[in-house]
Structures are given as structure tokens and as C-alpha cells.
Design a protein around this ligand. Sequence first.
Ligand SMILES: Cc1cc2nc3c(=O)[nH]c(=O)nc-3n(C[C@H](O)[C@H](O)[C@H](O)COP(=O)(O)O)c2cc1C
Length: 312
Amino acid sequence: MAEFSKIEPSYISKDGCRIVWQGVDEDDQHAVILNKDELEGLTELLSKETTGTVELEDEISEIMVNTDTTQFLLKENKILEIKTSSLRKKLLEFRNVPHEPKPVKIYPKEFFPSIEIEDDNEEKQDLLHAVLSLKNQGKVSEDQLFRVMATRRSTRNFDMTRLVEQWKVDKILAAADTAPTAGNFQGFEVVYVKNNEIKKRLIEAANNQPYVNAPVVLVFCMDPSRVKMNFPPDTLAKFSLQDATLAAAYSQLAASALGLSSIWIGMIDEEKVKQIIESDLKPSSILCIGYPQKKRPPKSRRKLKELIRVIE
Ligand SMILES: Cc1cc2nc3c(=O)[nH]c(=O)nc-3n(C[C@H](O)[C@H](O)[C@H](O)COP(=O)(O)O)c2cc1C
């Protein structure tokens, strides 16, 4: 696969640039040429360290700057990628814009994990992996996946005197980001509600379920606009619902692995939640997490054989 290699002047676009990807094979070279305005747009996003999109002249292609990776979505479904930190460094150097490499933040922008990494090298180390490989800082053993699955039990009675450690919240959020998503477009967003007044209002938007006031409240929202696939809107909406749901499920399992308990809230008034969290994105579920007042054994399920229908 071709890797990002350089940014150079473009001979066919004055004041623009040529972004080059090089494969192992000498012939395996890909290039995207940006005109002056496109280069300006990309420079602005990268220098402000924000995420966003730059549409290209052909009105089909676009550049999506995400926190970790910038994607060049080109004609005929061709996608080229560059690590955003590498692109920022090379592009700002190319344009002689002074810049300081900053520690990377997890998406959404407002969330600052308890660890920071200097992400100015080109190695594959990134924040997600750094958070996921964080050493256990407590006595809880993160057990094997199947044990976590077999022992998980929802709770509606949280120990409100016990705060959830920040490093656990980091891991729960990072776990959401490991879930598969349609086309890897990550068609979801997580809103981490810390504000107690907002939590109280969410109780009302969740049919007055009082435990929505949990120590950690995460609202999983669907973002079909991120799913850049050429399918009808209802398919993209379905994909983003599945993306958000899977992400919440991964977070729920991660919470269990960390000795916490949770309750999945699906009974929500979507419009009310949108207003409360000030978002245009539809919420799919709220995940409420904390230490349970009492650890309980898992609930029983139907017989496994009854669940499965085999087609031979
Ligand atoms: C899609 C979905 C919606 C749910 N909505 C609610 C809800 O609004 N309120 C609630 O108290 N529990 C809700 N739950 C939690 C379930 O009641 C709970 O997971 C189920 O009883 C099984 O228990 P367990 O998670 O301990 O195995 C929901 C779970 C799912 C998967």
C-alpha cells in the first residue's frame, strides 16, 4: 500500500501543491493536486487543529480531516489516507506556517484523556493504542473477553459515592473507537456528559428513569453524514445506527472488564435528548456507567440451542 511521502509545488496549479503517496514499487505513485483555494482551506483546518472537510474542484472529491487520519475521498471510490499529524507537519512546513506539535486529543474535541502523547513522529503509535494499552492502575483485573461476557450484568443502582477513575473512562471511550463501522467511516459520535444539571434533564428525556444520573453518562449519537458511501439516505441512517450501537456495546463490555457496571438506556425521547445535549445528531442510546451498589450474577438467557437456527 502506498504511504504518504511528500508535499511539493505543483507545476500545473500555481500557488497550489501536489501531495504524493509512494508505494514500494517505483511505479506505485499516487498524487493529489490542490489548487490555491483548496490548499488554503486545508491549511486553515490543519493550523487551527480542527476537523472538517475541504471540497475539491471536481465537486466529487473531498478531503476529510479527522483527529487521527485525514482521508482523501476521490473519484471512483478511491481513498488515500495520511495520518493527520504527519500531514499537518509537512503541510505547515511547506507553507512556512509556524507550528508546535501538540498532544493529540480524542474525538470529540472537548474530551481530554488523562494521558497525553507527543504525536509528532510517524510511527504507528497513537492515542487510541496508548490508552488501550494503559496499565491497570487499580486492583481490578481486566479478564479475558469471554469471562467478561459471561459475568456482565446491568445495574440500575449505582454507588453514587464512588467516582469512576478517569483512566477507566478513557479506556471505555477508546473501546468505542475500536468497534467496526460501516466502511470504517465511524458514523457515530459519543457525547460524554459530565454536567449534573444536564444529567438531571436527561432523566426526564429518558422516561424519568432515575439512574440516568449515573457517575458516567455517555450519549451515543448517529452521524450518517460521516458515512461517505454511495447508498440511499435510509441505508446510511441504518449504518450510522448500527455504528453507534456497536460502539456503545463495546464500551459496555469495556466497563464490565474494568469492574464497573452499566445500564443501556434505549427508552429515550430523541428530540428532547438532542435539545438537551445541543446536537443535531440523533441519539441511539445512553450508556450509564458506575460502580454497582451490589455485584450481582448475570441474568439467565434462553437455551443456546433455541437461539440458533441452522441452515445446512
Ligand atoms: C436496546 C436496549 C434498550 C434498553 N433500554 C433500556 C431502558 O430504557 N431502560 C432500562 O432500564 N434498561 C434498558 N435496557 C437494559 C436491558 O433491560 C437489560 O440489558 C436486560 O434486561 C438484560 O440484562 P443484562 O444486561 O443484565 O444481561 C436496554 C437494553 C437494550 C439492549
